[in-house]
Write a protein that binds this ligand. Structure first.
Ligand code: NAP
Length: 295
């Protein structure tokens, strides 16, 4: 069996068109323009690329965007003061602080300072808790993107055995929680594996859907999966440079070997990555609609 390739690039493009349409209607019918503020502290090159592409996507879709680039030496108080100001700014519906932050800034304090109504990353404990009780306001972008990939590739989630490898707060735990809910596009039986799991392969081998987010190149090999599995590879690993100096990327799954057994699989790049940004845009639009009393 050679797997169907689930193209995040194509699905993200389709969702972008839907969002663009919605933004045009919001402007035309209600004079509402969603606004996103991004904050980048320091000059990490990868973070600069991420923030740059978020800004470009805002412009392409008609979202007002504001970029705050702060020096590495910025102290926590100054960052919190900026967040306070953006919390009060009516033009801004979403605040995104690019992670990771420099070591001298406490990430949790920063996440907690963002008004949960503007927490379009979905990392604030209020929003995390709302997912837990099945009343989500904002789903975190990467897990939401994963769920959309499954739904839009017609993968049966209801009743499926889902195995998630990785338990980070931004991917593993929230996707497990989302797919566990007694809802459409969810209702799965979910197992989470991590470094404390005794025999990971014994779990991955029985999965109908495998979601891999551990940050180890090609760690999931063909002998660890069953025939007909659907694989979502979240990992992004830089394993070298091309002659032109571009990063060579690979996922956490041995794509070439696993695709021969899987029913469907996401590539890296072009799988989960493109979905994360569109889900951020979707959350920003939702926040604008909530603020305008339209939902
Ligand atoms: P993270 O915070 O480093 O968490 C990694 C998780 O994997 C941890 O729970 C860790 O277990 C587990 N793990 C690591 N090695 C393991 C092993 N050998 N066996 C079992 N479990 C293991 O990573 P993350 O932020 O979730 O990111 C994971 C990957 O996804 C990275 O490559 C990242 O770049 C990528 N990512 C991509 C996107 C996107 O938009 N495409 C978004 C976010 C992340 P412990 O908890 O026991 O330490």
């Amino acid at each position: 069996m050679t797997a169907q390739i689930i193209s995040g690039k194509d699905i993200a493009k389709q969702i972008r068109e839907e969002i663009k349409q919605e933004i045009a209607e919001l402007k035309e019918k209600h004079n509402v323009v969603p606004g996103l503020a991004t904050i980048l502290v320091g000059d990490d090159p990868a973070s600069q690329v991420y923030v740059g592409s978020k800004e470009k996507t805002c412009q392409a879709l008609g979202i007002y965007s504001e970029r705050h680039d702060l020096p590495e030496s910025t102290d926590e108080a100054a960052l919190l003061a900026l967040i306070d100001r953006l919390n009060e700014d009516n033009k801004i519906n979403g605040i995104l602080v690019q992670l990771p932050l420099p070591k001298h800034i406490n990430e949790n304090n920063v996440i907690m300072a963002i008004d949960p109504k503007k927490d379009v990353d979905g990392f604030h404990p209020v929003n995390v808790g709302k997912i837990m009780i099945g009343e989500p306001e904002y789903l975190p972008c990467t897990p939401h993107g994963i769920q959309e990939l499954l739904i839009r590739s017609d993968t049966k989630i209801d009743g499926a055995d889902v195995v998630v490898v990785g338990r980070s707060n931004i991917v593993g735990k929230p996707i497990a929680n989302i797919l566990l809910q007694k809802k459409e596009g969810a209702n799965a039986t979910v197992t989470i594996c991590h470094t404390g799991t005794r025999d990971i392969a014994s779990h991955t081998k029985r999965a109908d859907i495998l979601i891999i987010a551990l940050g180890r190149p090609k760690a999931i090999t063909a002998d660890m999966v069953k025939d007909g599995v659907v694989v979502i590879d979240v990992g992004v690993n830089r394993i070298g440079k091309t002659e032109e100096g571009k990063d060579i990327l690979c996922g956490d799954v041995d794509f070439e070997a696993v695709k021969e057994k899987a029913k469907a699989i996401t590539p890296v790049p072009g799988g989960v990555g493109p979905m994360t940004i569109v889900m951020l845009m979707e959350n920003t639009v939702k926040s604008a609609k909530l603020a305008a009393g339209l939902v």
